[in-house]
Ligand binder design. Structure first.
Ligand SMILES: Nc1ncnc2c1ncn2[C@@H]1O[C@H](COP(=O)(O)OP(=O)(O)OP(=O)(O)O)[C@@H](O)[C@H]1O
Ligand SMILES: [Mg+2]
Length: 330
């Protein structure tokens, strides 16, 4: 029997792909399909950041003919999960994620992603004040994303999203973020002296958090598309509205996972509960708070590493360490 068509070898992405990608994105978003209409006459590019994960992010100022109009785009090297998540969220029409364009989101391996440029304004950190409109847009944006992907909509997501299940939580806490940082922190005498009353409580929370998060994941009715790395660095503010960027760690998991870093008090979380209800998914208050507390413990353990590192450099950062410790008792 004749062999079927062989899959052609996929060429790895290179810098030469950025120009055509920008052209395609500009054509899709900004240029009317009329003969003689505006066209691209030049592109100026600069590096914004290499990011913690090391992927270079570039900003491109695209000059169009005629009116002297410019449009700005961002490119980033991305994994399949991020491209798929953004394509999915864009197709659902969410206003709180950047428009994205790429060759084929489902292509395996890394590839360029072109994004709507959301500017340089980050979300205020959680211990600073945040304008009410900005906070409201963040809460409703997140609730809309979660609501649109709950229940029957979540069924197909597991085909391309990894699960934020017990194994995921255990690996994040014990192998990737909390344990390595914690072990080196507690090996220092001054850390003991400053935070001694907290150490057994933190260890106790860490010992049970994977089981607790596994139990949350087991509840299929709260499983949805989750970002898993909501932090002020991954929310940009554009036109007064909050946008969630950096979908590289998107998972299928309980929506509670995305709440406690920014919605770190029961009062703030309650606003999300109401937004989720307005988006069609009602959760009873007591059930909600109990699960938000589990996620708050996980989120505190997941994120305290940076505060501990900062405290080692600068003792004024003790307040941040205590902020995350306090979330364990939320
Ligand atoms: N759509 C965008 N508009 C404007 N700036 C952006 C956009 N996307 C990313 N950036 C900039 O690039 C930075 C890194 O982007 P992102 O968080 O997506 O990548 P990352 O490599 O995962 O970074 P990190 O590891 O630091 O989280 C952002 O903090 C922001 O400054
Ligand atoms: Mg990021």
């Amino acid at each position: 029997m004749a062999a079927g068509p062989q899959p052609s070898a996929v060429r790895p992405p290179s810098a030469a792909d950025i120009g055509p990608l920008i052209e395609a994105a500009v054509g899709r978003w900004y240029l009317p399909r009329t003969p003689g209409g505006p066209r691209i006459v030049g592109v100026d590019s600069e590096t914004i950041t290499r990011g913690v994960s090391g992927a270079e992010v570039r900003r491109h100022t695209v000059h169009l003919s005629g009116s002297g109009r410019v449009v700005r785009l961002v490119t980033k090297m991305s994994d399949r999960t991020e491209r798929m998540a953004l394509a999915h969220l864009n197709a659902q029409g969410h206003g709180s994620v950047p428009a994205s364009h790429c060759r084929r989101p489902e292509r395996a391996g890394p590839d360029w992603l072109c994004l709507q440029d959301l500017g340089d304004t980050g979300r205020p950190d959680v211990l600073s004040g945040i304008p009410e409109d900005m906070l409201a847009s963040e809460i409703t944006g997140l609730a809309a994303i979660h609501a649109a992907n709950l229940g029957a909509a979540a069924a197909g997501l597991g085909d391309w999203l990894p699960p934020a299940d017990r194994g995921y939580a255990a690996s994040m806490i014990e192998e990737i973020v909390w344990r390595p940082n914690w072990d080196s922190a507690v090996a220092q005498n001054d850390f003991h002296e400053e935070f001694s009353s907290w150490l057994p409580r933190v260890e106790a929370a860490a010992a049970k958090v994977a089981d607790e998060m596994g139990a949350l994941y087991a509840e299929a009715d709260t499983r949805t598309l989750v970002h898993t790395d909501v932090n002020p660095g991954n929310v940009l503010v554009h036109g007064g509205r909050a946008y969630f960027i950096d979908w590289a760690d998107a998972h299928l998991g309980p929506f509670y996972l995305d709440l406690p870093h920014h919605l770190h008090t029961a009062q703030l979380a309650e606003r999300y509960r109401q937004a989720l209800a307005a988006a069609g998914h009602h959760v009873a208050s007591a059930d909600f708070v109990e699960r938000w507390r589990v996620a708050a413990r996980y989120t505190a353990l997941r994120n305290m590493w940076w505060a501990i590192e900062a405290w080692r450099e600068e003792r004024d950062m003790a307040g941040w360490v205590l902020h995350y410790f306090g979330m364990l008792d939320a």
